[in-house]
Design a protein around this ligand. Structure first.
Ligand SMILES: Cc1cc2nc3c(=O)[nH]c(=O)nc-3n(C[C@H](O)[C@H](O)[C@H](O)COP(=O)(O)O)c2cc1C
Length: 367
């Protein structure tokens, strides 16, 4: 029996296998509202065979979008459109998840294919970014954000809680908080981005406060029976990896005590010029495994795990509980089916809908 294709249960949700599609921004929303693109894209991923499909970074407020094309979840029209997306994923047999996000100092940017940079400050389409400190990210994000007041921080945390309520009401079953990739939450944790002098900056206890409070705000409203998860940048790959990992372990342990169910280990991306070991196959796996063993949280990881044997081995060895496969699902929404065939799984098309499954079970020659 293939480890990758074993069901996985977390709280009241049972995934049909250990394959998850992590969030991938489509930058294709109008006023934050999901449209036809999102419906068709997520419907395809939902029926593609993965156990879990997590909808892209969805902004908890207008200012929390990365680009004008980001999905949002701060009003009822956005919630109603997302309910259709969640239903489309579920109709395909996957559990519908969503990632709640705030862009922080990377807000007000162009879509990647229209520049992958921050819009000029006088561009009428942009807006003022806010962040823990008035420090620009650098490189393609040169604009200096406004330092958030304590009232701003409390507002963002209320926005996360309100967004979680909307996500719950829209039918999402798996909540992921975006605490990674150089966006708002990650920049609070990062000593390179956070140089505040108050209770939210300085030592680890203060830099972790924003995440701990935001998780608590969401925990208070997100149903106990549904998975509450975080994607955390656990290291920057900037030469201080061990110190950053130790903080990530402390934080994961604290998150677990505070009611977190699952952690996805990712990259910090708060510093320019980090040395991420892109060439090293499965480089996030040992980090995720270590954090999982130390904190007791079930883990996921991504980054280059779209090779079926590699994904399978990571699950078999117990390094992670779920494998997050992103870009390979853009290339092929039915990645799971092809992985199942490659791994010699009996009935590899079992998760596909009958109009596909019927034929693929019988006629596979020539492909
Ligand atoms: C088009 C695209 C959009 C992405 N958007 C998000 C996002 O919204 N939130 C997030 O946490 N990561 C995002 N990511 C990162 C992916 O979730 C994933 O971690 C990364 O692509 C590595 O996995 P892979 O090697 O399987 O592609 C995005 C990646 C891509 C390619």
């Amino acid at each position: 029996m293939s480890a990758l294709f074993q069901p996985y249960q977390l709280k009241s949700v049972t995934l049909r296998n250990r394959i998850a599609v992590p969030p991938m921004c489509q930058y294709s929303a109008v006023d934050g509202v999901a449209g036809d693109w999102h419906l068709t894209h997520y419907a395809a991923l939902g029926r593609g065979g993965a156990g879990l499909v997590i909808v892209e970074a969805t902004a908890v407020s207008a200012e929390g979008r990365i680009t004008p094309g980001d999905l949002g979840i701060w009003n009822d029209a956005q919630g109603a459109a997302l309910a259709q997306v969640a239903a489309a994923i579920k109709a395909g047999g996957a559990a519908p998840g969503i990632q709640l996000a705030h862009a922080g100092r990377k807000a007000g940017s162009n879509r990647p294919w229209e520049g992958d940079d921050q819009m000029a400050a006088d561009d009428p389409r942009t807006w003022q970014a806010k962040a823990p400190s008035a420090l620009a990210h650098g490189a393609n994000w040169p604009r200096t954000p406004l330092e958030m007041s304590v009232a701003d921080i409390a507002q963002v945390q209320r926005d996360f809680a309100a967004a979680a309520v909307r996500a719950r009401d829209a039918g999402f079953e798996w909540m992921e908080l975006h605490f990674a990739h150089g966006y708002l939450a990650q920049t609070f944790l990062s000593p390179y981005a956070n140089q505040r002098g108050d209770d939210y900056g300085g030592g680890y206890a203060n830099r972790s406060r924003f995440m701990i409070e935001t998780l608590a705000a969401v925990r208070a409203v997100w149903p106990e029976h549904l998975p509450l998860t975080v994607r955390l940048g656990v290291t920057e790959f900037n030469g201080h990896d061990e110190a950053e990992l130790l903080e990530a372990i402390a934080l994961a342990t604290r998150f677990r005590q505070d009611g977190l169910d699952f952690l996805d280990a990712s990259i910090g991306f708060t510093v320019v010029g980090a040395s991420v070991p892109w060439q090293q196959t499965g480089f996030m796996l040992p980090l995720a495994e270590r954090i999982g063993r130390a904190s007791g949280l079930p883990m996921a990881a991504s980054w280059g795990l779209g090779e079926p044997e590699l994904a399978q081995r990571a699950i078999e060895r117990g390094q992670i509980a779920l494998v997050m496969v992103a870009r390979a699902h853009l290339a092929n929404p039915h990645w799971s089916f092809h992985a199942a065939r490659k791994l010699g799984v009996a009935e590899p098309a079992a998760a596909l809908p009958p109009p596909y499954r019927y034929w693929l079970e019988r006629y596979t020659a020539g492909d």
